[in-house]
Design a binder for this molecule. Structure first.
Ligand SMILES: NC(=O)C1=CN([C@@H]2O[C@H](COP(=O)(O)OP(=O)(O)OC[C@H]3O[C@@H](n4cnc5c(N)ncnc54)[C@H](O)[C@@H]3O)[C@@H](O)[C@H]2O)C=CC1
Ligand SMILES: CC(=O)[C@H](N)C(=O)O
Length: 375
């Protein structure tokens, strides 16, 4: 009975707590070992809570780190916090340059004990959760997408709440759907996505915010646009065409686009995306009026992108062979993203517009292919 009474007191405190005042619940979790996932009886929950303030630098774990974004983020964070303070993890075997560039560890986000062991043994304080199946691959394997994007997220939330971690989970333009306002799309509006990817990301936004209010979890989330990078391949999304065009333009002079020429989507160069991630993770709590923000840089159609590339490579030939699944997804997504809250609250500002993006991508891929030809 006393335990039940204590629990109902905790629940009452939770409902009465101010949206940002998470202290009472955090204390309750520690005092009576009531956590989102029950802490083993007899264990001392406070033992796990290594707060960021105890160390000079955060100790960061990146899940799903071998995808398009993780390696670049590790590089940026290692520059800032030191090589050994940032651990990349994935279920795939890392290429040797990645393996030798800093700590890498196997981590399957569906294995809760494995996650807990990594967090405890390495005294992790920040968790960047990148593991996911993206929009197009998600539609071709819904069961796996549901497991990785939803069950996996539950593991991540519980680990982060139990161990007092600051947690970053990216969301996406894909978290909106055909009934959302598309031009522009604000932070708060109807979200009824039609992909398992989008559904799982809305779920992540809501669960993260719920854990923030309920358990005091320091949850931070950015909705990324389509991300464009030169030295890492996209993992099966709808916006992948905007990366592939550069590789094909340089290598073959021909590009077959799987979206219609007038399909407008928000996009961002990877350096802006990774910097935004670091900036929101470092933003003082008081500056965050929300926990999930849109971020934006530019918006273009395949035709506009092709024209910009043709300014540098006039012989590029672009044809269109529409992928019905990707086209339907793209037509349900925002055309322009309103990121004014991120700009006002924590000073978000993008560096790359379309001309700089194209120049940078062609310089990078061009010099890469010249090196390859010389070898
Ligand atoms: N790349 C983009 O344009 C955008 C990405 N995002 C989000 O950013 C995050 C990172 O995206 P990308 O790097 O592009 O994704 P990606 O698809 O390139 O990489 C995802 C990684 O997750 C790993 N993974 C899959 N199952 C796993 C499991 N059970 N345990 C651990 N790892 C597992 C994969 O091996 C892969 O390396 C994702 O959450 C994605 O939704 C959001 C919007 C745009
Ligand atoms: C915008 C995204 O989330 C991703 N690149 C995808 O196209 O699925």
């Amino acid at each position: 009975m006393p335990v039940i009474r204590a629990l109902s007191k905790v629940a009452k405190q939770a409902l009465l707590a101010p949206a940002c005042g998470c202290q009472p619940l955090t204390v309750a979790i520690r005092n009576i070992s009531f956590s989102p996932r029950q802490v083993t009886p007899g264990s001392d929950a406070s033992f796990h809570s290594v707060s960021f303030s105890e160390t000079d630098h955060p100790k960061v774990l990146i899940t799903g780190g071998l995808g398009q974004l993780g390696v670049g983020l590790a590089k940026l964070l290692r520059k800032r916090f030191g090589k050994n303070n940032v651990i990349l993890s994935d279920i795939r075997k890392p290429p040797s340059n990645v393996f030798h560039s800093g700590p890498f560890i196997y981590s399957d986000i569906l294995d809760y004990k494995n996650l807990r062991e990594i967090v405890v043994n390495n005294r992790i304080t920040w968790l960047v959760h990148y593991s996911a199946l993206l929009s197009a691959v998600g539609e071709s394997n819904v069961a796996l997408a549901r497991a990785v994007n939803i069950t996996g997220l539950h593991n991540i939330l519980d680990i982060a709440a139990e161990h007092g971690l600051r947690l970053f989970v990216p969301s996406t333009i894909g978290a909106f759907g055909p009934t959302s306002p598309r031009n522009p799309t604000p932070d708060l509006c109807v979200q009824r996505p039609r992909t398992i990817y989008g559904v799982s990301k809305v779920h992540a936004e809501l669960m993260g915010e719920y854990y923030h209010h309920r358990y005091g979890l320091d949850f931070r989330c950015l909705r990324y646009p389509g991300i464009i990078s030169a030295d890492s391949q996209p993992g099966g999304g709808t916006t992948d065409y905007a990366v592939q065009i550069f590789h094909d333009a340089v290598k073959t002079g021909k590009f077959e686009c799987n979206l219609k020429p007038d399909t407008r989507l928000p996009m961002m160069y990877i350096d802006d995306c990774l910097r935004a991630t670091l900036e929101v993770m470092e933003a003082p709590t008081e500056s965050l009026s929300m926990r999930t923000y849109n971020i934006n840089a530019m918006s273009f159609t395949p035709e506009e992108l092709a024209k910009e590339v043709q300014k540098q490579l006039p012989d590029l030939q672009v044809t269109y062979e529409i992928d019905a699944v990707r086209q339907a997804i793209a037509e349900s997504w925002p055309m322009n993203f309103d990121d004014s809250n991120a700009r006002n609250d924590w000073g978000w500002k993008h560096d790359y517009d379309l001309p700089e993006l194209v120049q940078t991508m062609l310089n990078f891929i061009g010099s890469d292919s010249r090196i390859a030809q010389a070898n």
